[in-house]
Design a binder for this molecule. Structure first.
Ligand SMILES: Cc1cc2nc3c(=O)[nH]c(=O)nc-3n(C[C@H](O)[C@H](O)[C@H](O)COP(=O)(O)OP(=O)(O)OC[C@H]3O[C@@H](n4cnc5c(N)ncnc54)[C@H](O)[C@@H]3O)c2cc1C
Length: 507
């Protein structure tokens, strides 16, 4: 068992950060191209001799994979294939926290950039590096404590495995829809899901987490041990403060739920206003996502707006029917599935496969209810989507309810005043012309720039957006100075860094 330490905040007592790092010897981040991002060629190869990599391999109980070895190519791939050309110089399949500490000391000594790979689903490819990728796939256990009613999961477990463990004991946490997302990235960025309006975001129920710090020290963070770090791990986003090897969370009981998936076509602004209003007024036992997309225009007609709503309701079907009645009175659904079933069967029904692809999301929290001004801009901009139907849309995840139970500064997740999380999504295929991809990006950026001032809130750190200029303010708001102070204590030389990582105060 590793020795546990308590951090002394306000005092530098961290070891082993290399002069190379402090002196800025690291190569800079890869430049951001529009649709495809490439790293400077052969960084991992160029900066280190094979013998240095072998030396790392010998220190590990796990395995170090180098380019060309079996399994390397698959493990190097991110979910967002836009970043697939950023290839690591080596992938350390760490077996335990001691292996992670060895990787950190080695990378530090040699000035090698590094990243942590959990589920690999960072929208912005932040678990890609041309240096050392620390892969957490061996940290994949889930243990339910019957007495404490908590679940303890490994830092590299996929959400789907967490859900299987919880299903077997009739419990849940606030969870997302995609089973291949890593629990580590999901929780550290806050973690939103259909249960958040009744139970808060996922990280609100974090009890304790274990981390390996930049120094190689292994520490526990909880309300009583290293509470500042614990605060930062609830919304301060992955890859900033250390490598979290485990998370312990409170769970809640689950039984049955009503899941729904309803579509309406060619809707009016009156319909949209009623839809958002009725959902805002629905009980907190309802969680939903509203997606709006341009439809196919009829000859001589303007491009219609189509709607898909999915979600879950913990309650009776007739109550949900009442919520939907005034909406359906304006426009009849083109399809509607509403069914009560066992809670985890409903979650499986609502599951999103999350297959690898090329995409970019740009998000904004709406602080307050949906407004006529936002609906007007949706009407202006959705029909202007320039590419194939289905490849550009705007989604609204319903927040509010228990997500507002804590104040914006009680955890690092600052977005406590919102009712909706809006996200404009574009997807593309590698075969698409550069011109059409650029048209898609331009549409997304213009639409985003128009609605941002109308939303009033920041951007979601779990949907990192490489185009954001004010990302620190947008992700963390008033919590940014405290996050930077904590970063200064736990990672003073900025070992954990990426394009939008939290910087220590003097860096
Ligand atoms: C299809 C899809 C569906 C999604 N659905 C939701 C959703 O419903 N709700 C929601 O809140 N988010 C959702 N997300 C966003 C997702 O939660 C974040 O992208 C999350 O950061 C991904 O974590 P990961 O471990 O899979 O990704 P990675 O790319 O492996 O990691 C993301 C970041 O966290 C760091 N990191 C990962 N694990 C650790 C760890 N153990 N310790 C320290 N740093 C770590 C990485 O270095 C990187 O910076 C979704 C994303 C996708 C692609």
């Amino acid at each position: 068992m590793s020795e546990q330490k308590t951090l002394s905040f306000g005092r530098r007592h961290f070891l082993g950060v290399s002069a190379a790092l402090a002196g800025g010897a690291l190569l800079d981040f890869p430049s951001l191209a529009r649709s495809e991002v490439t790293a400077p060629a052969g960084v991992g190869e160029a900066i280190l001799s094979p013998s240095a990599w072998r030396q790392l391999g010998r220190q590990l109980r796990g395995t170090l994979l180098r380019p060309g070895q079996a399994g390397f190519a698959n493990l190097a791939l991110p979910n967002n294939l836009r970043y697939r050309n950023i290839k690591p110089g080596g992938i350390a399949l760490c077996a335990n926290a001691t292996d992670i500490a060895a990787c950190l000391r080695w990378a530090s000594r040699h000035g090698v950039p590094l990243t942590t790979r959990g589920g690999g689903h960072s929208y912005a490819g932040y678990s890609c590096t041309e240096g050392l990728m620390i892969n957490l796939m061996s940290f994949n256990t889930a243990h339910y404590d019957t007495a404490a009613r908590t679940v303890t999961v490994g830092g590299g477990i996929r959400n789907g495995s967490v859900y299987s463990a919880l299903q077997s004991v009739g419990r849940s946490i606030t969870h997302g829809r995609c089973p291949t997302v890593g629990a580590g990235g999901f929780l550290l960025g806050g973690g939103v899901g259909f249960d958040m309006r009744r139970n808060g975001i996922a990280s609100d129920k974090l009890v304790e987490t274990e981390l390996v710090l930049a120094s190689g020290e292994i520490v526990t963070a909880s309300a009583t041990q290293n509470p500042d770090l614990f605060w930062a791990c609830r919304g301060g986003a992955g890859g900033n403060f250390g490598i979290n090897t485990s998370f312990t969370l409170e769970t809640f009981p689950v039984d049955r739920s009503v899941e729904f998936q309803i579509n309406w076509e060619n809707v009016t602004d009156e319909f949209l206003a009623a839809l958002f209003l009725n959902f805002e007024n629905a009980p907190n036992t309802m969680g939903s996502r509203i997606s709006l997309m341009p439809g196919l225009p009829l000859p001589g007609q303007p491009t219609p707006i189509n709607v898909e709503v999915i979600g879950q309701f913990i309650g009776a079907v007739p109550v949900l029917d009442e919520i939907l009645a005034p909406i359906n009175d304006i426009t009849r659904p083109s399809s509607s599935v509403i069914q009560e079933m066992a809670y985890w069967s409903a979650s499986t029904f609502l599951e999103e496969a999350g297959r690898p692809g090329y995409y970019q999301e740009r998000s904004r929290f709406i602080n307050g209810p949906m407004t006529p001004a936002i609906i007007t801009e949706i009407r202006n901009w959705l029909p202007r989507w320039p590419n194939a139907q289905g490849a550009g849309n705007i989604k609204f995840f319903q927040t509010g309810g228990a997500t507002q139970a804590l104040s914006p500064t009680e955890t690092a997740f600052v977005h406590r005043q919102s009712q909706w999380l809006a996200s404009i999504e574009i997807v593309w295929s590698p075969g698409q012309t550069a011109a059409s991809r650029d048209r898609g990006h331009r549409w997304q950026n213009r639409f985003y720039d128009v609605i941002t001032p109308l939303c009033g809130g920041g951007a979601f750190q779990n949907f990192p957006d490489p185009n954001l200029k004010d990302w620190g303010e947008a992700y963390y708001g008033e919590n940014l100075p405290r996050l930077r102070t904590i970063k200064t204590v736990v990672d003073p030389d900025n070992l954990f860094r990426y394009r939008q990582s939290i910087r220590p105060l003097l860096v």
